[in-house]
Design a protein. Structure first.
Length: 92
């Protein structure tokens, strides 16, 4: 009677819906992977993957202190005291 043609049973819209969901899921996964990749771009590692390249990342408070010292708003003694309060050590 139907000769194996299940598409004529009225269920073709389910196949289209599943296909659409798969395409959307793949798009979401690609976007999330790209976002993750761009966020981790700053923390590049060496070929062995063990040691990060460059200096360790600084906290925002440390960056502000560095800027204030560079502009002459605070003295080196104030800078070191505030780093001690933050629990950070000055770079050599």
């Amino acid at each position: 009677m139907m000769d194996g043609n299940w598409l004529f049973l009225g269920f073709a819209w389910i196949f289209g819906l599943v296909l659409l969901l798969v395409v959307v899921l793949l798009a979401v996964l690609v976007v999330r992977a790209l976002i993750s990749f761009t966020r981790n771009e700053g923390a590049q590692t060496s070929a062995a993957g063990a040691q990060p390249l460059g200096p360790p990342p600084r906290s925002r408070a440390r960056q502000i202190l560095d800027e204030r010292l560079a502009h002459g708003h605070i003295t080196p003694d104030d800078y070191n005291e505030r780093l001690r309060v933050l629990g950070e050590t000055p770079l050599p």
